[in-house]
Every structure is written in structure tokens, then in C-alpha cells.
Write a protein that binds this ligand. Structure first.
Ligand SMILES: [Zn+2]
Ligand SMILES: [Zn+2]
Length: 381
């Protein structure tokens, strides 16, 4: 009992100290805000919130990604599959194979991105890697390309960024999973947009839904189109073209009709949801995939892109040219990133899910300054 009481009071004390520290920090921040109003001070609480609470939001993000993926797949099977089956069973089989191959890759790379730790440096340096610095936050030796993540509160090997959607840092061991997840999701959404376009066009554009009711039937009333394309009644006798005018035939697409002649609101909403989700995903993830592909082509991570940019500008002032030590040329950079060495093929290791680990240990890296004999071979390190 005494022990419990002691523990209870010590926990309470810790909590009190923590909140007192936060309160003093808030007061200092507020004073700074009113004396030296600048963007850094304004954004400070936001950074603090991101650093301290992003990991709590992580499970929510994973839940959101999983929920959206399941919803999109269910709607594709519920509405898309019968639509295509009616058009062509052969085409449907082909689309099922392509669609499920994309889905398999999306799920595999997402799950692997979430569950694969990005890699941490060892607690002590045994001399097997070059220690660039000692981390100011976790006091561990920092290997080249290692950076500290303020959300995970630890150093991460070849850190790219902290991804809230994966609730994980993207680093040495899971970078490939992260990139291929984005690439396959963009392709998957593009696939649904392309092969769902006709369906969406017919249901949303041509069909006005149940709410659209013809208020005054035009039956029996002679009508004509005015110059702005509206239907207006014919009022003058000479405008009649008597019986010679046959009912117009056209080849315009018509709204779909089901057996009972109606389409439920749920179906319309599902299609609108599909269109919105897939177009948004393609725009956002597509842009991100292209940006990361550019970084991979240059042999740099997101963090290194910023550092390299600064270094390039700094050296340019001294009339020098900065060389990224990890840029071996586009082809080699991609081969290294995708792990297409030691006989691995694009067909097996990229087009199909593959568990292979990246080359090396994430602590030491080849650079362009290494001996040419190393750089010319495909076997790394
Ligand atoms: Zn650290
Ligand atoms: Zn992190």
C-alpha cells in the first residue's frame, strides 16, 4: 500500500512538473510572439503539435487508408464488375487480372511499409562505420545519411521523412515499400478512372437520378428549339412541318436503365465517391510519386535534397560545383534503390511483391569517390 502510494505520488509529481514546464514554455513563446513577431515563432506550436501528437494520430491514418481502400474495392466489384460483364465477359476477365494484380501490390507494399522498421543506428560505435556526428537528442553515433526523427524520437538510417499515413518513418529498410506503394496506388486509381469513366459518365452525367421528374409532359404539344437550345412551344401555324417530320433518331449515349427502371441514390453516391477519391488520389499521390522518382533518379532522399540544394548554392558562391556523393547516375541509382542486383529481375522484384532487403546495412554507403572497380560491378557493397 505504501509502495503504491509512493508510486502514485511520484507519478503525480512527474505530471505536475511536465505541465509546469509546458506552461512556462507557453509563456515564453507568447512573450516572444508579441515582441518579435515572425513566421518561425508563429509556426512553433504547430511544429510542437506535429512532433508530439502525430504518432497518436498514426492509427487513425492507417484506419483511414485501409477504410478508403476497402470502400473503393467493394464499389468496383459491386458496380464496375456487372457493368463490364454485360459489355464483354472477356474484357472483364482481363480487367479482373490487372485490377487484382495492382491491388495485391498496393496491399503488400502498404503493409510492408507500415510493419518494416526503417532501421536504427547501433547504441555504440564499434568502428564498423564512420561516425559523422553524435545526435544531440538521443546521444547516439550518427552514421552517414542518418537523421533524427522528432516524431519517432530516435535516429533513423538513411531517413527520408516521417510518413503519418504509414505511421512509420521512411528510411533505409522500408523506402522501397513506401515508393512502390505510392506508385501502385496511383496506377490502381488511374486504372479505376479509365475503366470506370464510361460508367460514371452514364450514371452521373446523363442520368439525373430519381429526384429528376418531368414536371409537365410535353406530349401533344408541338415544340421547337430556340436559338439558345431551349425547347419552346410552337405558336405559329407555319412553323409546323406537318407529318413529313419523322421522330428524330440519334446515336447519342443514353442513361442506363435497370430492370426496374430506377437506379438507387446509393449507387449514384458510390460513383461520385469513387470519382472524387480516385481523382484526388491520382493528383496527390501521382505528384508525390513523380517527386520521389526524381529524388531517386538523383540518388538522394527528401532530407538530402534540401541539404544538397543548400550545399550547391553555398559552393556556387565560391565558384565550386557540388557533387552528390551518392549519385551514381540514373540507371545505377534506380537499380540500387529497387535492389535489382545479384541477379534480381524487374519482373520478379518490382512487378510482383518481393521481400528482398536493400543492399548494405544502412550504416556505410559507397560513394562516387570510391574505387572504380567497385562502382563498375552490380554486386553491392
Ligand atoms: Zn537521434
Ligand atoms: Zn519518424
Amino acid at each position: 500500500m505504501t509502495r503504491f502510494k509512493w508510486r502514485y505520488s511520484s507519478e503525480l509529481k512527474k505530471l505536475f512538473t511536465r505541465y509546469r514546464a509546458r506552461w512556462s514554455y507557453a509563456k515564453i513563446w507568447f512573450r516572444r510572439l508579441i515582441t518579435e513577431f515572425d513566421s518561425d515563432t508563429c509556426l512553433e506550436p504547430m511544429f510542437w503539435f506535429v512532433d508530439n501528437y502525430t504518432h497518436l494520430l498514426g492509427p487513425f491514418f492507417i484506419f483511414a487508408v485501409s477504410g478508403l481502400t476497402i470502400a473503393v474495392v467493394v464499389i468496383a466489384y459491386w458496380i464496375g464488375l456487372p457493368f463490364w460483364w454485360e459489355k464483354s465477359p472477356k474484357a472483364t476477365v482481363f480487367l479482373l487480372i490487372i485490377g487484382n494484380w495492382l491491388l495485391l501490390n498496393v496491399i503488400f507494399h502498404y503493409v510492408m511499409g507500415v510493419i518494416t522498421p526503417p532501421g536504427e543506428p547501433p547504441q555504440i560505435s564499434d568502428g564498423s562505420f564512420e561516425v559523422r556526428k553524435i545526435c544531440k537528442k538521443c546521444h547516439l553515433p550518427k552514421a552517414p545519411r542518418t537523421h533524427h526523427c522528432s516524431i519517432c524520437k530516435k535516429c533513423v538510417l538513411k531517413m527520408d521523412h516521417h510518413c503519418p499515413w504509414l505511421n512509420n518513418c521512411v528510411g533505409f529498410f522500408n523506402h522501397r515499400y513506401f515508393f512502390l506503394y505510392m506508385a501502385y496506388t496511383t496506377l490502381g486509381c488511374l486504372f479505376l478512372i479509365i475503366f470506370g469513366f464510361e460508367l460514371g459518365y452514364k450514371h452521373i452525367w446523363l442520368d439525373h437520378g430519381d429526384s429528376w421528374i418531368e414536371s409537365e409532359p410535353l406530349e401533344g404539344q408541338p415544340v421547337k428549339f430556340n436559338l439558345s437550345g431551349h425547347i419552346i412551344p410552337v405558336t405559329h401555324a407555319h412553323e409546323y412541318d406537318d407529318d413529313l417530320l419523322l421522330p428524330a433518331k440519334h446515336a447519342l449515349p443514353t442513361p442506363p436503365t435497370s430492370d426496374d427502371g430506377t437506379y438507387t441514390m446509393g449507387r449514384r453516391r458510390a460513383i461520385i465517391f469513387m470519382a472524387t477519391t480516385n481523382v484526388t488520389a491520382v493528383l496527390a499521390l501521382g505528384a508525390l510519386t513523380i517527386w520521389h522518382a526524381k529524388l531517386i533518379t538523383h540518388g538522394e532522399t527528401s532530407i538530402e535534397a534540401l541539404i544538397n540544394q543548400e550545399e550547391t548554392e553555398r559552393l556556387l558562391k565560391e565558384n565550386k560545383i557540388y557533387v552528390n556523393p551518392y549519385n551514381f547516375g540514373a540507371r545505377k541509382n534506380w537499380k540500387l534503390f529497387l535492389g535489382l542486383v545479384r541477379g534480381r529481375t524487374f519482373w520478379r522484384s518490382v512487378l510482383l511483391p518481393s521481400w528482398h532487403k536493400p543492399e548494405g546495412n544502412g550504416l556505410t554507403f559507397h560513394t562516387v569517390h570510391d574505387e572504380r572497380v567497385y562502382l563498375s560491378t552490380d554486386e553491392w557493397p
